[in-house]
Design a protein around this ligand. Sequence first.
Ligand code: ATP
Ligand code: MG
Length: 142
Amino acid sequence: MIRPDFHQLWLRAHSSYYYALAVLSVAVAVIATEQVIINLLMNGFEAMEPVTDRPRELMVRSGQDETGQVLLSVSDRGVGISADNANRIFSAFFTTKSSGLGMGLSICRSIVEAHGGRMSASGNEGPGARFQFVLPLHREDA
Ligand SMILES: Nc1ncnc2c1ncn2[C@@H]1O[C@H](COP(=O)(O)OP(=O)(O)OP(=O)(O)O)[C@@H](O)[C@H]1O
Ligand SMILES: [Mg+2]
């Protein structure tokens, strides 16, 4: 549970407003990135639920691309994305799940873009789907 007085308590404990803001903004960025990864993992597992005739495999890769940006991808061996749906999956409220909201990918893309990155879906070698995002490295001289 998030306590409404958390922020205030924290400031009093550390008595430095700017330090608190800096720590909070890093914490927010880390939590937001975690949220993106959790959403992609959930989607991957959900896409593999109907699969019974091949191994259910999910792979997370991270690294740096050729321009030095941080890159993370989540690949699954699930049902895959049809050509019809490929343009719609990032739209808010688009879902093919009976209990889905259709907000996961839309929120993921907003978070990544708010941090100056890009997010995309691409074909997988073989069955399934692959989602990836890149985030720029923090630059002090900006
Ligand atoms: N890994 C995946 N494999 C196949 N289809 C996917 C995958 N990830 C997303 N999709 C498709 O994109 C749609 C939108 O995904 P999104 O995460 O935005 O919403 P959702 O998972 O349906 O609901 P929720 O709001 O609970 O996340 C899904 O309903 C599904 O059709
Ligand atoms: Mg989802």
